[in-house]
Design a protein around this ligand. Structure first.
Ligand code: 3H9
Length: 708
């Protein structure tokens, strides 16, 4: 009885007296206009047909529904609106059952909540993740969820955006029953038949009253959530709106609450934060699809090796163990190997202490870990990551050894963060197997993985690296070979621009505060103190002989390092730290050193307001990022965005520096560059790509190809 066209996103047919409505809209059954229309039509069909006793809604494929169709945001809305679809489902005169499996998220959960009964399979992941996209539930979720499961639980789901599994969903009261087996249709039909047999009437979530069980507790939950969002979600727009809408659920009749939610949802939809977060969502998926992943199948990876048991090597080993793969660690002597192993164990002890892993889980992971001081132990593994001291000569020695012992077709990866990988590859007889895998510290935590593609690497090795990243749960970004690749090259200009500001009049504390206000978790000088000032000092000394004479060089950080002030680990850096403290306080002696440097260079300090600080730092980053795209080091602007959001704390809600540049307008960026160029023509030289885009009236996003 449903339309015969098999391409329809929603179809329906009778199974006995149950109308089975199937949503089949790959890849994730998102609620596009077709799906919404199909759902309404199916409900109309159910009402019309006296043979229908109940309606069952199921999703085809691996998911129920992953939510509203994110690709429709920002386009003209098409009827029916999702809240109206939910209303239609809830108002049905015959019982509507939703059988849930896989992703049941956002608008998908809202559809399920509008249904009268819910059964979930073990695979179901239920959640209201809208907050992660700068949104709030906008199809009744803020009104129905607290009515069904209470205010505190509803706020937790909506503010965290986390997924609840089927068992938790049952415990919370989000679903009525757990379905057996893996066949969602079968489980749904069994439940629907049971309901029909006992003449169960439509049971509307709008009439649920869980939130009235303990009004005082509900109030407290709202107050706490409001306090929490004010501190933890600083600068974000939608969390506050979610709390307001839940309060409306408590205080207003259902329909007024829905209207309140709708207004607030549309405000979120219009916000630049929503645009930034949705861009980040698609960009990280697009970044994972480098051309090589389409051109060649990955080589199979069943075993791995890590050379080097320092913090980086051990972190990488943990990241690989976590993916369920075995790791052989190579160190030069037993003592160093024991240190590497101890580090790996410490990470697992930490996970056990936090309750994130059982003791048995730790033992299982460590059973996959072996160590050796003999490179021959790597002779059978499929992929090796080198993570030794960052020095070309040392790396070359390691790669000569790897070339000697590794089996043919093994992937040889270096974790270098700035060295020339073509040069490293050249010491082997198999440069086609050599690639860069640039992990970030701590490697088992940080999501970014720069996949650095040297000139002679084979396509299937690049493809293997992306597949490896996927298995490790990392966010891969393809980068070309240059000093610092994408991320560290941009970090260098960001720091340089900050140093210029500091010497010209801003204090490091003001710069840090301005960047935190912009959305970074830490300012640039806090990061220096955390990482250790000696690291940057060593890099500056290394680069000194090749530094361009036209480049202005600020020596303030060197003055601190000469005093042994390397940051947190020495108790002093740009800030002073009480023993054991991780946050420092401003140091008048540092300010005096800065003053002395200014005087030495005849600089009369100027005033910069916070906005100007952000502007200069961001303009420097955007300009260099444009060069990185122009040189092909990054394939597209979106790759730069993903790298900075996932590896460098760039505020996700701004999408990334290139998205941010488009938001403020490239013509403005160029005008700033021209202004700054008058002060320092070398550093602020506008990227030819920005000039060209402004001339064409185009944006960075126009270079993202068919990304969305
Ligand atoms: C909402 O619902 C608002 C409502 O409250 C109110 C409205 C009025 N739309 O991640 P994957 C695509 S807001 C369109 O690689 P996985 C994705 O781009 C929404 N497309 O797979 C990718 O496409 P491609 C609330 C979507 O298995 C493909 O599906 N919902 C959507 O690792 C596979 O995705 C969310 O925030 C979508 N909603 O993970 C859920 N979702 O192949 C967001 C995915 O072309 N989605 N795509 O690259 C997710 O969390 C994950 O995608 C999911 C699957 C867990 C579903």
């Amino acid at each position: 009885m449903s339309p015969s066209n098999t391409l329809r996103a929603v179809t329906w047919s009778l199974s006995g007296n149950i109308l089975v409505v199937t949503i089949d809209h790959p890849p994730v059954n998102a609620l596009s206009a077709d799906v919404r229309r199909g759902l309404v039509d199916s409900l109309d069909a159910a009402e019309r047909d006296p043979a229908v006793a109940a309606v069952l809604i199921v999703g085809a494929g691996r998911n129920f529904i992953a939510g509203a169709d994110i690709r429709e945001f920002g386009k003209p809305p098409q009827p029916p609106a999702l809240p109206d679809v939910c209303e239609r489902i809830e108002a049905a005169s015959k019982p509507v059952v939703a059988a849930l499996h896989g992703a049941t998220l956002g608008g998908g959960l809202e559809i399920a909540l509008a249904a009268h009964y819910r059964v979930a399979l073990a695979s179901a992941k239920l959640g209201l993740p809208e907050v992660k996209l700068g949104l709030m539930p906008g199809a009744g979720g803020t009104q129905r969820t607290p009515r069904l499961i209470g205010v505190a639980a509803a706020l937790d789901l909506m503010l965290s955006g986390r997924h609840a599994n089927a068992e938790e969903a049952l415990a919370l009261g989000l679903v009525n029953q757990l379905g057996k087996g893996e066949d969602v249709l079968e489980a749904g039909l069994a439940y629907a038949r049971e309901l029909v047999a006992r003449h169960a009437p439509p049971r509307r979530t709008r009439d649920a009253r869980a939130f009235e069980a303990d009004p005082a507790a509900a109030r407290t939950a709202i107050d706490e959530a409001r306090r929490h969002t004010a501190t933890r979600s600083r600068g974000l727009f939608s969390p506050g709106k979610i709390v307001d809408a839940v309060q409306a659920a408590l205080e207003l009749p259902f329909d007024e609450g829905l209207a309140y939610e709708r207004r607030a949802f549309l405000e979120c939809l219009d916000s630049p934060q929503r645009a930034g977060l949705v861009h980040a969502f698609f960009a990280e998926r697009e970044a994972a699809k480098a051309p090589e992943t389409k051109a060649a199948s990955p080589r199979p990876i069943a075993s791995t090796g890590v050379v080097g048991g320092g913090t980086m090597g051990a972190g990488i080993a943990v990241a690989i163990l976590e993916a369920g793969l075995p790791v052989v660690m190579i160190e030069r002597d037993d003592e160093a190997l024991a240190r590497g192993r101890a580090y790996v164990e410490r990470v697992y002890d930490g996970l056990v202490a936090k309750g994130r892993l059982s003791r048995a889980g730790k033992e299982q992971a460590l059973a996959r870990f072996t160590g050796s001081t003999d490179y021959a132990a790597l002779s059978t593994v499929d992929l090796i990551v080198e993570a030794v001291f960052e020095d070309m000569a040392v790396k070359k020695t390691v790669f000569a050894e790897l070339d000697r012992v590794a089996r043919p077709q093994a992937v040889l990866a270096t974790n270098t963060s700035y060295l020339d990988i073509d040069e490293i590859a050249a010491v082997t007889s198999r440069p086609a197997d050599v690639i860069g895998l640039h992990f970030f510290s701590p490697a088992h935590v940080m999501k970014l993985l720069e996949i650095v593609v040297p000139a002679r690497v084979a396509t299937d090795v690049v493809s293997t690296a992306f597949e490896f990243a996927r298995r490790l749960g990392k966010t891969p970004v393809r980068a070309g070979v240059c000093d610092g690749f994408i991320g560290n090259r941009l970090l260098a200009v960001y720091r340089t621009a900050a140093d210029y500001l500091m010497e010209d009049g801003a204090s490091p504390y003001q710069i840090d505060r301005a960047m935190r206000e912009f959305g970074y978790p830490m300012g640039p000088y806090q990061v220096v103190d955390l990482a250790g000032g000696d690291i940057g000092w060593a890099a500056r000394k290394r680069r000194a002989p090749t530094r361009d004479a036209r480049m202005r060089y600020v020596e303030i950080a060197d003055r601190l390092c000469e005093r042994g002030w390397f940051g947190q680990k020495t108790g002093r850096g740009f800030y002073r730290y009480e023993p054991g403290a991780r946050t420092g306080s401003p140091d008048p002696e540092v300010e005096a050193i800065i003053d002395a440097e200014r005087q030495r260079h005849g600089i009369v300090p100027r005033h910069f307001d916070d906005e100007e600080i952000v502007r200069r730092l961001m303009t420097a980053v955007i300009n260099e990022a444009a060069n990185i795209v122009r040189e092909g080091i990054a394939l597209r602007p979106l790759d730069v965005d993903v790298a900075l959001v996932h590896g460098y704390g760039f505020p996700r809600h701004r999408g990334g520096p290139m998205m941010y540049a488009d938001t403020i307008g490239l013509a403005h960026v160029l005008a700033d560059l021209r202004r700054y160029e008058e002060e320092d023509a070398f550093f602020w030289q506008p990227s030819p790509l920005i000039v060209e885009l402004v001339e064409r009236g185009a944006s960075f996003s126009s270079l993202n190809g068919a990304a969305r």
